[in-house]
Structure formats: C-alpha cells, structure tokens
Design a protein around this ligand. Structure first.
Ligand code: NAP
Length: 466
C-alpha cells in the first residue's frame, strides 16, 4: 500500500460537526499541496453551518454571508457532507475509527452555563441558548414555549448573546421582516406584549463582555430606547484608572454606554435598560410556580492580584417585578461518550487540538478537536479559523510522523455504504443546496431573505426522501 496522503491512498478524515470550526479545519487540510486528503463532514442536522444558521442573530445577515466561503469549499471533489447523521445514534466513534485515519470533533458548545440561585427553575425562566435556538428555527427547539405575553423581561449577562436576545425582543415587525427568523417566532414576537427589557451586568461598563458594534446597534433600534442609569454609567475609581491602558474596544464600550445614558429615554414604545454592578440573587414565584420578581444585589468592584476586576456583593438589595427571565451567562460544551472531557471547563481534553487521554494525558492516536468544544465558548466566527488551522497543522505533523489510525475500511465507498445503511435519509451537500434554494424562494415570496424549514421531517419531504 502506498503512503497515507498519496493520490492512491489519500488521508481519510472525518469531521463531526458542520459549523465554522469544522469547515475551517477542512479548508486548511484541503489546502495542503503535498498531502492528498478527502474529508467527510458529518452533522446531526440535515443542514450545515452550526451556529451560523442556528445561533447568529437573524438580524445579522451580513455575518451569515461567511457561508459563501463554506459553499465554495464544499464544491471540492475531496469534500463530502453527510447531514442528518448523528454520532452516538446513527454511527459510533468505533465506526469512525474503522473508516478514517483521523477524526476531528467540532461539535461546539451545545448547552448553557448554569446559574445557581434560588428560583432559577421557576416557569418563565429559561437559558438564553434555548430562546436563541428557538427563534433561529433549530428543529430541536422549535416547539419550546416562551411566554411573550409578559411585559417585563430580564436578561442576565451582558455578553453578545444577551445583546442579541434583548435586541430581538425589542425589534419591530418591519425590522424582523428583514431577517430570516423562524416564521413562528416572527409571528409570536410581533404579537408580544414585551415593553421593557432589563439586561444585568454584574460588573461595570469598563468590563462589559459585549463588543462596541453590538453595543452601538442597541442605540439604533427603531422601536426601543436603550438606556443606562447615569449613576451606573459613571465609572468607579478603579475602572477609571484601568482605562489608561485599556484596549480600543473597552474605551469605545464605555463611550457608547455613556452616550446612551446621556441621551435618555426618547419615548419609543419599548425600552431596554442596561444595568451595571448588579447580580440576581433570587427569582421569586407565585403559586403557579411562575416567576414574578427578581431580587438583586448591588456589587462593588475589587482588583485581584492579576489585575482582573471582580464583583463583590454589597448589602444593598432591590427587587424588581419580572415576568420572563433569560439567563445568558455563556454556553457550555457537552461530553461525547468515550471522548476525554474536562468537566470544569466543559471542553474535550486536548492540547492544541490533539485529544488527550484522561489518565496519561498523552495524545489519543488519530483524534482531534477544534472550535468551542476545544477552547470553550469564546470569540467570533473568525476566531475559529486560527483555532482550526492549529488543529489541522497538528494533524498534518502527526501524519508526517506516521501517527494515524489504521482503519480496516479507509476507502470512500465503505464510508458511503456505512452511512447509506445506517441512515438512508442522510443529506448530501447537493441536497442541502436544493433545500437552500427552496428556503430562498419561500423568502422571496414572503418579502424576506429566507424562510427556513424548521422540522427535519419537512426537510426530508421537501427533497422526496420520505
Ligand atoms: P460571554 O461573552 O462570555 O458573556 C457572558 C456574560 O455572562 C458576561 O457578561 C458575564 O459577566 C456574565 N456572567 C457570567 N457568569 C455570571 C454570573 N454568575 N452572574 C451574572 N453574570 C454572569 O458569552 P456569550 O454572550 O454567551 O457569547 C459567547 C461568545 O460568542 C462570545 O465570544 C461572544 O462575543 C460571541 N458572540 C458574538 C456575537 C457577535 O459577534 N455579534 C454574537 C453572539 C455571540 P462577566 O464578564 O462579569 O463574567
């Protein structure tokens, strides 16, 4: 048999998860001139693109145009997509080890970080990640219910996901019509009673996790005023001093927050108040078990030995009436059965993308990871590119040293036959492109960029697979 990576014996790679990290890993591998590689990308959904389709806010269409790059890559003959195939259900890690020289897990962070306060499990208190997946039409979340008859909503956290959630709650019908938001979500949001959204930051304006472009956008909503209390827009002495060597994003955030505060409320129908230096301590419920109020504590900041500003509770409490709560304090990775996992960090145990054995901490032969399940849920879509390149370069270096799996069935047909036998209703990339056309055409009819399919059965029916 010729060398692995030659024309007659290509390097066979399985990538599990068709989000940006998966595509960027494939891109780097297929770019390598002296190594012949064929990539099979798996996803449990029929549709590719992970969070670009199911996480990026529907009113951020420009960000979603990154899929054009992925489309181009998918046209390469060395690339195949097997959608609607779930690892652990339709195929196993053992199957992959029998068919590929290298396996890359790029499954993202599929759940949320938990906020441990009394009352957090009351009705009408939800992880923001579920709401995001719901309004984006993720098939697993389309039937979730959110009580949008409530007037006051709290969003806990002030990262970009919290900003997305707050903004979507505040958008007008006209604004939402310009998006590819799921049609049921469009209807429910247009008929919602929400009048007031409160976002809660546990630290101050100089430590806000959102980015300036997203903060500025809050001040430009057609039907909602974004507002900051003057006493909370003002910086405490420690933060003021820290601005001297702060990065541009931090100083810009502070400027924007102070501008919003100075502008005040201008009489738009809805309001979004961004609060600083407050932490929720309890959700209070009624007899029906629904949240009715939130108790919060005022924080002050202190500086740790490494210079980080941390929040510390004071003895000043307040209680605000609230009917709906979204916790947006970060995503969290979910373990894959049989793959070493770092529980505390919520990531696959790895070094530079090489999966490490839990006991020996030595690399596991032929197994790799990239994206949020490798480094945790941080950064924008583009951050996944260097992250994936790092992983792909470790894969190529290991190949050069002969460190790959020795699968019994490395040929292209064997993997295709495996998928066909386990999941005859799998989606190829061509299938996805046909579905894409149908969604775009439905969008054109409705005067919107796209109307998504949100049920797997309907996707399969549309392509005549069932
Ligand atoms: P994030 O940026 O890590 O923000 C998490 C927020 O939760 C922070 O405000 C954090 O405050 C707060 N938090 C954490 N623990 C808390 C607690 N116990 N009590 C109260 N607040 C708490 O996470 P994310 O918003 O989920 O976003 C994930 C990544 O996706 C980020 O890198 C984000 O920039 C990116 N993203 C980008 C876009 C975009 O580019 N438009 C859109 C969405 C998401 P502290 O700072 O005090 O910890």
């Amino acid at each position: 048999m010729s060398k692995i990576g030659s024309e007659t014996n290509p390097l066979r790679v399985a990538i599990v998860g068709a989000g940006p990290a998966g595509f960027y890993t494939a891109e780097r591998l297929l770019k390598e001139k002296n190594v012949h590689t064929t990539v099979d990308m798996y996803d449990r959904l029929p549709t590719p693109f992970g969070l670009v389709r199911n996480g990026v806010a529907p009113d951020h269409q420009k960000i979603k145009s990154v899929t054009k790059v992925f489309d181009r890559l998918a046209q390469k003959p060395q690339f195949r997509f097997f959608g609607n195939v779930e690892l652990g259900t339709d195929i196993t890690v053992e199957d992959l080890r029998n068919h590929y020289h290298q396996i890359v897990y790029t499954v993202g962070a599929q759940t949320d970080r938990n906020l441990d306060i009394p009352g957090i499990d009351l009705k009408n208190s939800h992880p923001a990640t579920e709401f995001v997946a719901w309004y984006n039409g993720h098939p697993d979340f389309r039937d979730y219910e959110f009580d949008l008859s409530q007037e006051r909503v709290a969003v806990i956290g002030i990262g970009n996901v919290a900003v997305d959630v707050a903004r979507i709650l505040c958008r007008t019908r006209e604004e939402l019509m310009e998006t590819d938001i799921a049609d049921y979500a469009l209807e429910q949001l247009c008929n919602s009673n929400v009048k007031e959204v409160i976002m809660l930051g546990r630290r101050g304006p100089a430590q806000a996790a959102f980015t300036p472009t997203e903060a500025k956008e809050l001040g430009e909503m057609v039907g909602a005023d974004a507002y900051v209390l003057p006493e909370e827009a003002a910086l405490d002495p420690l933060s003021e001093a820290s601005l001297a060597d702060a990065d541009r994003a931090t100083t810009r955030n502070v400027e924007i927050i102070q501008e919003l505060s100075a502008r005040g409320l201008t009489g738009k129908p809805k309001s979004l108040t961004i609060r600083f230096l407050v932490s929720p301590t309890e959700l209070i419920g009624n007899e029906a078990g629904e949240v009715t109020a939130m108790r919060m504590v005022k924080n002050e900041l202190y500086q740790t030995d490494n210079g980080t500003m941390r929040p510390r509770e004071t003895e000043q409490f307040e209680e605000v009436p609230i009917g709906l709560v979204f916790r947006s304090i970060g995503y969290r990775g979910v373990p894959i059965s049989g793959i070493p996992f770092h529980e505390r960090w919520g990531v696959i145990l790895n070094e530079k993308g090489r999966v490490l054995d839990s006991e020996s901490k030595e690399p596991v032969l032929g197994e790799y990871t990239a994206g949020w399940i490798k480094r945790g849920p941080s950064g924008v879509i583009g951050t996944n590119k260097p992250d994936a390149v790092e992983t792909a370069e470790c894969m190529l270096a290991d190949l050069a040293e002969g460190k790959t799996l020795s699968p019994a069935h490395p040929d292209l047909e064997a993997a295709a036959n495996l998928v066909q036998s386990r999941k005859p209703t799998y989606f190829s990339y061509d299938d996805w492109l046909k579905l894409d056309e149908l969604e775009l055409a439905a969008g054109e009819n409705a005067g919107r960029p796209r109307v998504k399919f949100t049920k797997v059965d309907e996707m399969l029916k549309a392509l005549g697979k069932i």
